[in-house]
Design a protein around this ligand. Structure first.
Ligand SMILES: [Zn+2]
Length: 342
């Protein structure tokens, strides 16, 4: 690996921060600005003050406490209207960061408790807000239904059923999230099969907290074509090569990984080693306000730590667009925003 000087040219950093971006890994509730959640809690007279620091940011000790705080924050989101308002708030933030296309994980467990009829109502409200944001801000959103691993395989089936019933041009995938240390990938095979039969594209969180074998299991046991994180595949080059061979794209969230201590620093983060070897890597924020990051921060951090220039980011965004779960017409429209001369 070549050790290159970090990019310090202010003009170049400014151009990099303002590049059009594609984000494939964003948890809908995890993107909720803390001020939005506090405002909603106040309106509903719910006391969740314990989940905030004095400066108003989210407070938690580690990943597992983060999951609890996440669920407490999410508890004030109740009606389809609440979710529609959140959709607008998060897309405003994404558009400010130059994101032109985004895929977000939506959980039917939080939107109607896994009931298909209720889920349709939430989805309708969210889509209306997303359509308005596309008209007003030029940002395109698509949804990936997310079964939550630590809720277990039975609840996952309900989430997958919601996904299958609403699969189409807006709900485009199924992607498992949650605590990777609970159960096995294969415990969820039924849900992934159901989604595949409904025409949905597949991804699963793996190789964030668990090692390379977890990444292999997600690919072999669930048949996913993308992996959420997947970065710990670096511990076994046979798994890395399997990713290259099968053209599996990684939804890498460097800031999240460093914040949660998966890797000690961006410099030591394996995204560049994976990219150099030939793995399709992309860049996302995961749960940005929880991890004190934004898409602009991610780009600036990578430019500084790994000397990624505009050309590298252009390749990253092309990889992301190729791996996006949207239909061909949407992909074409997004390509024009990424590469106006294309
Ligand atoms: Zn995630």
């Amino acid at each position: 690996m070549i050790d290159r000087d970090p990019i310090t040219d202010e003009d170049e950093l400014h151009r990099i921060a303002n590049l059009p971006k594609i984000e494939l890994h964003l948890h809908f509730e995890g993107a909720a600005p803390p001020a939005f959640i506090r405002g909603l809690a106040k309106e509903k007279k719910v006391d969740i003050s314990g989940i905030f620091n004095e400066d108003g940011s989210y407070a938690y000790r580690d990943f597992w406490h983060f999951l609890e705080v996440y669920e407490a924050a999410t508890s004030v989101l109740k009606t389809p209207e609440d979710f529609a308002r959140l959709c607008t708030a998060l897309l405003e933030e994404s558009a400010r960061n130059g994101v032109v296309y985004c895929e977000t994980f939506l959980s039917p467990d939080f939107c109607g408790g896994g009931d298909v009829t209720a889920w349709r109502e939430y989805l309708h409200a969210i889509r209306e807000a997303a359509d308005a944001a596309e008209r007003d801000m030029g940002i395109t959103l698509r949804g990936i239904v997310t079964p939550i691993r630590h809720f277990g395989p039975e609840k996952a089936k309900r989430a997958a059923r919601c996904a299958a019933e609403t699969a189409g041009d807006w709900i485009v995938g199924l992607g498992m999230g949650g605590d990777e240390k609970q159960g096995r990938q294969r415990d969820f095979a039924y849900s992934f099969d159901m989604a595949r039969e409904a025409g949905l594209r597949l991804t699963s969180h793996a190789g964030e907290w668990q090692g390379p074998s977890e990444v292999r299991e997600a690919v072999e046991d669930l048949g996913v074509e993308r992996i959420g994180h997947g970065v710990r595949a670096i511990g076994d080059l046979a798994v890395v090569d399997m990713l290259i061979e099968r053209e599996i794209t990684l939804e890498v969230c460097p800031g999240s990984n460093v914040f949660l201590g998966v890797f000690p620093s961006l410099k030591e983060h394996p995204i560049e080693r994976l990219r150099e070897r030939g793995v399709g890597v992309t860049v996302s924020t995961d749960d940005p306000p929880f991890f004190h990051t934004t898409m602009k921060d991610e780009y600036l951090g990578l430019a500084k730590a790994h000397r990624w220039d505009e050309e590298v980011f252009a390749m990253i965004n092309r990889t992301a667009l190729d791996a996006a779960f949207c239909d061909a017409a949407t992909r074409e429209a997004v390509l024009k925003k990424l590469e106006p001369s294309a």
